[in-house]
Ligand binder design. Sequence first.
Ligand code: ZN
Length: 133
Amino acid sequence: MIRKIDHIGIAVTSIGEVLPLYTEILGLPHLGTEEVPEQKVRVAMVKAGEVKIELLEALTPDSPIAKFIRERGEGIHHIALRTDDIRGALARLKAAGLRLIHEEPGTRGGEYAIAFIHPRSTRRVLIELCERS
Ligand code: ZN
């Protein structure tokens, strides 16, 4: 059902300040930065072998990332697991009693489908499922 870790999401106050840590100091390639207005975030992707690191910066004070940083500070925000069948995975997790944030997967940039599992069901680890088309 789950194939591997796709990426690790990290909440930051400023991508501009944090990106050089990953690119210049750690030497990882920067895959690109984009704004995702529907999620109120700016996202920078860095490649660490097979796994990506997703730096998330809030676009607005009511962004979930702004709220996360206010409550818990900067740091690891979520782990994204790749699946070939996001709808099947969501149905199975729901049947197992997990609380879903998204019953229906959303899309990001039309490129891949994503859905989050509520951290109350997973011992405070926010898990994202993603399926690339
Ligand atoms: Zn993510």
